[in-house]
Each structure stands twice: as C-alpha cells, then as structure tokens.
Ligand binder design. Structure first.
Ligand code: PAF
Length: 281
C-alpha cells in the first residue's frame, strides 16, 4: 500500500492504475468504511482511499480539532482491506493560499442537514469534486448512512457531467441496530445503548408502512413515541421524504425514506431507512 500526500504524485502514478475506485473518508475507520473498501476492492483494479478531515465542511461551532483521528490504525485497517493507495494530503495541498472557488449544491442541500449545518454541503461537494479531479476514479463509493450527502454528490456528478459512477453502499449497523459512525466514539456505554433507539424507531416506522400505514403524520407520531422512550435522545428532526428530492411527504407513495437526526449526550447522530409499502400480489 502506497501513501501519497501530493497531487503531483497522484498525477504521475494515475496512468498505471487501470480502473480506479475511490473511497473518500475522513479517517477513524469503522466497519462502514471497510464495507465501502471491500466493494471497491471487488470491482476495480486499484483502490484509492482518501483520508482528509475536510475543514470546509465543519461549521464554526463544530469542533474540527476534536474530530477523532487515529492514522496508524486507519493505515493498518486500509492495508488489510486491500487498499492500494492512501491519499492523505494536508490542508494546504487541498486548499492552497488564495483558494476561492466553491461548489454550491442546490435544492437537495437546503433542508435537513443543510438547514442545521450551513455551508456543510458546500464544503462536502467542493472537496469531493476536488478529490475526483485529483484521483480521477472511474467509481466512487459512498454510504447510505449519510443519505443527503449521497444525494448531493450524485446530483453534482449528474449536473457537472462527471464520468464517475457513484456506488451507494448500505448502512452498516451494530447488532442492536445503531448505525456505525466515527462520532459514536464520543458516546459513553450508556449513551451508545440509548442511541440504538434511533434505529429501533426507524425500523418500527418501516414495519408500520409494510403493514399498510399510509398516513405520514400517524407514522411519524408513532415513531416519535418510540423515540421518546429513550430520555437520552433529543430529536432534531424526523421526516418521511421523497427518496429522490428529499421533500417531505404527507402520504406514503411507492417508496420513501424516513430520515432522522437526534442528539445523544451532546453528539449529533443521523440515520435513515427506506420505507416501502406492503408487497403487491
Ligand atoms: O462522509 C465523509 O466522511 C465526508 O463527508 C467526505 C465524503 C469524505 C468528504 O469530506
């Protein structure tokens, strides 16, 4: 496994890679990242993992300096997962002095995370476009856990005619349902147990829809009731949305997505799940 810190070195080596799959990460790898790396390993000649804690996607009140980091462990896990190249630039390599051009995502970035975290998706889209330009992958891998991010990045690829296939990979969960996230590291053991109630509530909504509930306010009321059973969780938002536009729905259609954000011990957790109606016979 090769460690690359400079764009010039990526450029020099790119011609020898064949089909390249990029897994963009901010490090502190967990099983969710490893599932993306495995998917990339299965489908590409060369797997590139970027490891860069992108400052422009953090808000002024979000603690960039405290973001969990463990580079030796990340490199060990990446190497075991069959990564060929780790691209680990420093901030000046990505944002040199005078950097002043941004990707401004549209309607998909306005609500939900975009509303709570102004400029977050501008930072994500900008760094992802830069990583795409630097690495020039044929495919790039993103988790469904960050569903709005996946949608924003896919729309950017479509709108800018980028010759890259975005591969969406399912959320990886603990055995109790908690979606894996680097931020789970901030939770105490009790907090972690309480946080699992978020996915429990979403799965309950999934079941209600599967059993025939079509009325979204009713579905949300029942989901809120489950969430309220866990006092350590404070709901930030809970909504049933159109899976393509992320606009809220009042009535369930063929397919939808339930999305949620909640605080647990001061840590902001997000999760989502597909919602489908009962099978048609
Ligand atoms: O999902 C993440 O870890 C980050 O938002 C990403 C895609 C690596 C961009 O910094």
């Amino acid at each position: 496994m090769k460690l690359v810190e400079r764009v010039a070195q990526l450029r020099a080596e790119r011609p020898s890679w064949g089909r390249a799959g990029l897994v963009p990460t901010m490090g502190y790898l967990h099983e969710g990242h490893l599932s993306l790396l495995r998917a990339a390993r299965d489908a590409n000649d060369t797997v590139v993992m970027s490891l860069f804690v992108n400052p422009t996607q953090f808000g002024p009140r979000e603690d960039l300096a405290a973001y969990p980091r463990d580079i030796p462990r990340d490199l060990y896990l990446a190497s075991n997962a069959g990564v060929d190249v780790v691209f680990m630039p420093d901030a000046d390599e990505v944002y040199p002095a005078g950097f002043d051009t941004w990707v401004e995502p549209g309607a998909l970035a306005v609500r939900w995370e975009g509303e709570r975290r102004p400029n977050h998706f501008r930072g994500v889209a900008t760094v992802v476009l830069k990583l795409f330009q630097m690495v020039r992958p044929e495919r790039a891998y993103f988790g469904e856990k960050d569903y709005q991010q996946l949608k924003v990045v896919s729309k950017m690829v479509e709108d800018f005619n980028l010759p890259i296939e975005i591969v969406a990979c399912p959320t990886v969960r603990e055995s109790d349902g908690l979606a894996l996230s680097s931020r789970n590291a901030y939770l105490s053991d009790d907090g972690r147990r309480g946080a699992a109630n978020l996915s429990r509530a979403l799965f309950h909504a999934q079941r209600l829809a599967f059993d025939g509930e079509r009325d979204v306010p009713q579905l949300l009321a029942e989901t809120h009731a489950i969430l309220a059973e866990e006092p350590s969780l404070q709901v930030d938002y809970l909504a049933v949305v159109d899976p393509a536009s992320l606009e809220p729905l009042d009535e369930l259609r063929e397919s939808a997505r339930i999305i949620a954000a909640a605080f647990c011990e001061g840590v902001r957790l997000i999760d989502n799940a597909p919602i489908e109606g009962p099978p048609t016979t």
